[in-house]
Design a protein around this ligand. Structure first.
Ligand SMILES: Cc1cc2nc3c(=O)[nH]c(=O)nc-3n(C[C@H](O)[C@H](O)[C@H](O)COP(=O)(O)O)c2cc1C
Length: 165
């Protein structure tokens, strides 16, 4: 404690009151299907019960072209709202605020557990350095849809009761 004197003191992050400095950063658990399920709710609730000050829920796709790998939340339809709501309620019960995280993988796709690699969509048909996947070039219309997808997905996460995105 002498080395971390503020670890258990509260702070404000924007409009959010966080009770300590322990932040649970987003990571893909592979627990979920397209919508947050019982396992995912239990996973985040146990971190909140364990004393995390703030939880960032793993990435969620903002558009049907946002397919990175297997077992990702898709926030591109209202079907994600009830599951997100359960995560928010479960964590709030322990006094822990929750943020969502939204993404589009661009050219950073990977093989799924069923052996299929999702089609990668990126602004240009240039392969990524990490997974070496050759993407298809997005049309201007698709880019516009993805931009709009960030907005509508953020609205869903907010409607579900999370504290931010
Ligand atoms: C399996 C795994 C999945 C991850 N998924 C995400 C993610 O969905 N979003 C994100 O922002 N970071 C993700 N990360 C990064 C972590 O949030 C964290 O920043 C990183 O692991 C460094 O922290 P550490 O040194 O405590 O592991 C992931 C990391 C791992 C190991």
């Amino acid at each position: 404690m002498a080395r971390f004197p503020t670890l258990f003191s509260p702070f404000r992050l924007g409009g959010i009151e966080v009770s300590n400095r322990i932040v649970f950063t987003a990571h893909h658990t592979h627990l979920s299907g397209d919508v947050p399920n019982d396992d995912l709710v239990a996973y985040y609730e146990s971190r909140a019960a364990g004393g995390a000050g703030l939880i960032v829920v793993e990435v969620a796709g903002v558009h049907s072209s946002a397919r990175f790998s297997s077992d990702f939340i898709q926030a591109d339809s209202d079907e994600c709202i009830p599951g997100y709501r359960r995560i928010a309620q479960a964590c709030h019960h322990h006094g822990c605020p929750v943020l969502g995280q939204l993404y589009h993988p661009g050219r950073e796709t990977r093989g799924k557990v069923d052996g299929v690699t999702p089609v990668a969509w990126a602004p240009s048909a240039l392969p990524g350095e990490r997974h070496h996947v050759m993407p298809r070039a997005m049309s201007g219309r698709l880019i516009k849809e993805v931009v709009e997808g960030y907005g509508t997905a953020a609205a869903r996460v907010t409607v579900a009761g999370l504290d931010g995105v």
